[in-house]
Design a protein around this ligand. Sequence first.
Ligand SMILES: C[S@@+](CC[C@H](N)C(=O)[O-])C[C@H]1O[C@@H](n2cnc3c(N)ncnc32)[C@H](O)[C@@H]1O
Length: 213
Amino acid sequence: MRLVVGNKQKELTNEELNKIISTYSSVVVDIGTGDGRFVYKNGLINCNVLYIGVDPSEKQLRVYSKKALRRKVNNVLFIVGSMEQMPIIANNSVDKIYITLPWGTLLESIVKPKKDFVLKIFNLLKKDGKLITTFGYTPELEPSESKRLNLPPMEEELVIKTIIPSFESYGFTLDDYKKLSKKDLRDTETTWAKRLRFGKDRKIYCVSFWKKL
Ligand SMILES: C[S@@+](CC[C@H](N)C(=O)[O-])C[C@H]1O[C@@H](n2cnc3c(N)ncnc32)[C@H](O)[C@@H]1O
């Protein structure tokens, strides 16, 4: 797999990645991390936790990887990958998985969850691990994305009656469900959360699940 280290890239084998993971008692993975701000900011303050950001865009990953390199933040990894082509992380080795403001097929996987995707996430988590996802879209503001992915209207009913039960049917236990206001996004330390805080109003939901089994 390809690791982004500042402006450079480095090959990392599955064994090397899992060896690094095994040296930390706590591991957080951010899928669709974008520029990696979440990984960097949290890595800075929680030195004993390993933060792994995964995104298909190498260019985006360089943004905070460069900062991490400059500030010598060693407990962060920026990996080129996607939900479809995840780095091979050993099952039962991740404490928390974040998927924040996804788009494209990652958004589709949350809104129309399929067994393969949910089980992939579920299996990566340790027992008592947590998935935290924040998502939302507005057909008026993102017409092409909603149409291309054939997304149903983002209403509370969809979250409660379809999305949550789908994740539960594949083994997750609901922890919390919140409708977020733009103001609430200030607690989400990502670049898109920051952007949307100053943008037009939109329906955004944050749902978290436990892996209790
Ligand atoms: C709106 S941005 C959000 C980025 C970051 N989470 C944030 O909040 O700033 C959506 C991200 O999802 C990524 N993405 C799209 N499809 C994906 C997929 N199938 N797997 C992983 N990431 C994906 C994009 O590359 C993009 O960086």
